[in-house]
Structures are given as C-alpha cells and as structure tokens.
Design a protein around this ligand. Structure first.
Ligand code: NAD
Length: 552
C-alpha cells in the first residue's frame, strides 16, 4: 500500500475527462472534498469531523478516479467504505455511484472494532459529507449554525444576540462556522481551540475576527464588545476542559455555552487536558487506550463545566458532537440536563421538510453561483430570512474550492429550485452543470438518538428504518449518487444516515430525475415526523398531498 502524500485540487472549466457530466460531477466533487482550501487534512484524505475521509487510501482514490473516467452512462459504481468494489450495468436514470460507509453489524458497531478494521485497511470513517463527496467547506454548516443561533436568539434574547457572550470550543471544519454565525446574529463569541493552525485558518477565511492566548484578554475584549453592543468573535488558544473551568472561576457572565470539538471520536477528535498537540499525537500512536481514558475524563470535566454555566443561568446546548454521552459514560449523571440543538431549535423546521439544501458550480466560476443567488431571490421573493441570508452570504462567505451555496429549503421549494437551475443550465445561462445535494443532517435521512432524532414525540429515536428507506427511495427516484453511512457526527454506534446528490445538467432526463428525487427526499422528512405524531408534519402532509396511508 502506498503511503505517499499527495495534493489534489478542485477541477474547474468546461473540458471534461469522463464520459458524461454526471460522472464528471462525481469526480469534481471528490477532488473538491480534498482540495487544501476545503479539507482539514487532505494529505491524509481527511475532509472534516475527526477522521472523516473521502477515500480509503490513495490507491483507492486513484482507482475511483480511473473508474469514473471509464464509467458509461448506464453503469453504476459501488463504493465500500472508500474503496471501489464493483461496476454493474444498470440504466441511465439510475445513480452513477452507490456508496456505503463505515456500516457495521450492530453488535460490532463500536470504535474498538472499527479501529481494528481501519488498521487492517478494511474500512474508513465516512463521517457525513466526507465519504459521500458533497462537503463544501465551512459554508456547508454556516447557514445551519446561523439558523440555530437565530432560533436561540428568538426564543431567549429578543431576536438578536446583541449584548450576549457565547462560549464554545472547536474551530475545525464545522465548528469553524460558529464565530461567523454568532457575529451574523449580532453577538460576541469566545471560541476555545487547542490547535493554533485551526485558529489561523478561520482568521484567514474571515470566519473569525481576532485571536489571543490569554483568557483575561479574551474576556476583557468580550465584555467590552458586549457593553458596546458590538459583534465580535475571538479565538482563544487553549484546552476547553481547562479554559472553561478558569472562566468559571473568574465570575464573568456568560450567556450561551455550546461545543464543537470532535468529542464524537475520543481517540482522534479530542485533546486531553495537559497534552500539547505533539504529545497527544505521540500518546495516540503509542497507547491508544490510555489516550481514550484521558480524553474521556477531560470531556467529563468539560461537560461538568458546561453544567455549571447552566446552573449560573447560561443557555447551554449540545451541538451534535455526542459530548454528553461520553460524560455520562464517565459517570456524570446529569450530562443530559442540557438539551441537544435539534429538539431545542431545529425540529419544527424538520417537520416542514426543511433542511440544508446546497449546490456547487462545476464550472468553478463564482458568477454561476451569483446567477443562482439571483434565481433563488426571484423564486422566493417573500422569504425574507432567505433573502437576508443570500445577501449576507455573498458579502461574508469566501468560497472554498468549487463555488457553492447553501440555504435551508423545504418540501416543494427544493424541487422548484432544482428544476429552475436545470433550466438555466439548459438555456446556457450557466457555464456548466450544477451539483445539488444536502448534508446528511436533514429532516428525513438520519436516525441519531443523541442528535437529529433525540426525544422524538413517540419515542422512536433509535429506529433506523427511516434512514434506510431514505437511501432506497432516493436510489429508486434516480439521484446521481446515493450513500448510506454509520457513525457520522456522533460516532460509532450512535447513528445511521443517508446522503443524496443529483446533477442538473440541463437535459430532460435530469429534469425527470430531479423532479422525483427532490420530492422523495424532503418528503421522507415529512413522512418520518408525521409518523412520529408531530401535528405540524401531519398538517403539511395534508396541505401538500403527500400520500401517507395511515396518516390519521
Ligand atoms: P474537526 O475535527 O475538524 O474539528 C474539531 C476541533 O476541535 C479541532 O480543531 C481540534 O483541534 C479541536 N479540539 C479538540 N479537542 C479540543 C479541546 N480539548 N479543546 C479545544 N479544542 C479542541 O471537526 P468539525 O468538523 O469541526 O466537527 C466538530 C464536531 O461537531 C464533530 O463532533 C462533528 O461530528 C460535530 N458536527 C456537528 C454538526 C452540527 O450541525 N452541529 C454538524 C457536523 C458535525
């Protein structure tokens, strides 16, 4: 097996090296996932979220690329945890690629068994959009994070975060969106991060305003900005488990606390207290089980501090990294006293089939995205938050890799936008086709009892059938690449989820496929939440004539 380190870049332009734009789209999105502007550790094929990878190893990567180059318009390639394992003749309206990542039989679905297989080269961790080739950099999570803080502001702070201080940790691929999402809502944020290079990256891409290594300086800046009613984001170098305790001892009023360290992966995603980055790398390699013991006990301290902030009056919530579960396993009985962000702020959107819809311009030309920005404003002129978001994103989001856009759209809206994009491609108003997809963190594609399906009304949190059905119906509907994963953002044993990507290449066939898949996909969200007894989902199902046999 080759251990050589490589660098690949997002492919742009109108010349294609595959036998059709659909295969070319897959190829370009794979490259894009690993572009150094996009991925967190591209030389290790790691895209984001701890060890979330795009391909098993560089040999598998090369084989995926050469297979895509020869793949016919009526063939389908199968990917098993980042390795191409077969090509079958299917038909033109079938997906070009089907992927399954990190899926283990439930009794073996734990990190220990996964690491054994990973070391033998038999598996990789697919995270969510890493192994399903639809990661678009930090923007991908920015709007969701913005929406979450906006919803929090509406619920607790008179619709704005002005005059509040948020304390969080983790400035990685996803967590790096937090500072900008808070300042876009008018607030002040201190984001604790142990790795200086991650802070640097967020400063460079303008997701973060300034940094310091001093807790006192960070607090002084934050308090001053809060008093002036100014928005400000501060990166604070340090270990969150320790820094949070220090902040508590200084008696400064913190209003909101959350966390986006990669706590879901105690071996690769969380640095234990007292260890530098180098020391933690060494310990991880030499003695993984001691590493996990130390990082888990640090997480217990981290969660204990979060609980204390809650007792002091802060709004505290888990941001989908499973840190409460690790703390609970470490004996912190009250770990689940603060809620997850989905039941607290997002579920009403899921009931409407709303979720993180995204698209990328295969031409690589930003003007193609600005055209789609104009399109979305024309299609939904009365949706003020959406229009505000598009205007803000144009000003504040720097593209990483292929230019892309994200916005939360619901049932009916996604198909409207998808078909209109296809028309623009058909009429030559865009330079090249557009890839349309979404995060797996969506309304109808995840079973994750500590996150997307936490505290479901009917207690069906751990029912995985819905995620399987999502992948199956989207395959039948003719998405371009469909994936099924285990683990994702909360780690081994804690979630099952499915991905969907479709290509708008301007053809009539693409129109038919987009019409189907952009209906089935959010439709699953409404069916799942109606089945769980949410009135809002039942109402929308009736309004939109979604055929749910036992609705009443
Ligand atoms: P990442 O691995 O790219 O970044 C994690 C960051 O945490 C790293 O920069 C690391 O240096 C830092 N870190 C680790 N231990 C630390 C410590 N003790 N103190 C301070 N900093 C520390 O991961 P990511 O893509 O940013 O995702 C972060 C977490 O959020 C993951 O668990 C992921 O699954 C979860 N997630 C949440 C959502 C959501 O919508 N809320 C979506 C996707 C992922």
């Amino acid at each position: 097996m080759t251990t050589e380190k490589r660098e690949v870049h997002a492919k742009k332009g109108l010349e294609i090296e595959c036998k059709g734009w659909e295969q070319e789209a897959v190829l370009r999105m794979l490259y894009n996932n690993l572009d150094p502007e996009v991925a967190e550790k591209p030389e290790e094929l790691v895209v984001y979220g701890g060890i979330g990878k795009a391909a098993r190893n560089w040999e598998a990567f090369d084989s995926i690329v050469s297979t895509l180059q020869r793949l016919e318009n009526n063939e389908t390639m199968l990917i098993q945890s980042g390795k191409p394992v077969a090509v079958f003749k299917t038909h033109e309206a079938a997906p070009r690629v089907l992927l399954s990542n990190s899926v283990l039989v439930p009794k073996w679905a734990n990190w220990e068994h996964f690491h054994e297989l990973d070391q033998q080269g038999l598996m990789m961790y697919g995270q969510m959009t890493a192994g399903s080739w639809i990661y678009i950099g930090t923007q991908g999570i920015l709007q969701g994070t913005y929406e979450t803080f906006a919803s929090l502001a509406e619920k607790h702070f008179d619709k704005s975060l002005q005059g509040t201080i948020t304390l969080t940790a983790g400035l990685g691929g996803m967590g790096g969106a937090q500072p900008l999402a808070v300042t876009m809502n008018g607030g002040v944020v201190i984001a604790v991060e142990v790795d200086p290079s991650r802070i640097e990256k967020r400063l460079q891409t303008k997701y973060l305003d300034k940094m310091t290594t001093s807790i006192d300086e960070a607090l002084a800046w934050a308090v001053e900005a809060k008093q002036q009613g100014e928005a400000l984001s501060i990166g604070l170098l340090g270990n969150a488990a320790e820094v949070h305790e220090d902040i508590l001892s200084r008696n400064v009023n913190i209003d909101i606390v959350t966390d986006q360290t990669s706590a879901h992966d105690p071996l690769n995603g969380y640095i234990p207290v007292g260890y530098s980055l180098n020391e933690s790398n060494q310990l991880r390699n030499q003695d993984p089980s001691t590493y996990v013991t130390l990082s888990s006990s640090s997480m217990a301290r981290h969660v204990t501090a979060m609980l204390q902030f809650q007792k002091n009056g802060a709004i505290v919530f888990d941001y989908g990294n499973n840190i409460r579960q690790v703390a609970k396993d470490e004996g912190i009985e009250q770990a689940f006293d603060f809620p997850g962000f989905v039941p607290a702020y997002i579920r009403p959107l899921f009931c409407e089939g709303k979720g993180p819809f995204r698209w990328a311009a295969l031409s690589g030309d930003p003007e193609d995205i600005y055209q789609t920005d104009r399109l979305i404003k024309e299609l939904f002129p009365k949706n003020e938050p959406l229009i505000r978001w598009i205007d803000m994103a144009q000003k504040k989001v720097s593209f990483q890799g292929l230019p892309s856009r994200i916005c939360w759209l619901g049932y009916g809206e996604r198909v409207k936008m998808g078909l209109a994009i296809n028309e623009l491609v058909k009429n030559g108003e865009l330079k090249a086709p557009i890839v349309i997809g979404r995060d797996h963190l969506d309304c109808g594609s995840v079973a994750s009892p500590n996150r997307e399906t936490e505290s479901m009304k009917d207690g069906s949190d751990a029912v995985g059938d819905w995620a399987v059905l999502n992948a199956l119906i989207n395959t039948a509907a003719g998405g371009s690449w469909i994936s099924f994963h285990h683990g994702g953002g909360v780690g081994m044993g804690y979630s099952l989820h499915a991905g969907m990507v479709a290509v708008a290449d301007g053809t009539d066939l693409a129109k038919e496929r987009l019409q189907r898949v952009l209906t089935t996909d959010p439709g699953m969200g409404i069916a799942r939440h109606a089945d769980a007894g949410y009135d809002k989902a039942k109402e929308i199902a009736k309004q939109k004539n979604i055929d749910i046999p036992m609705l009443d």
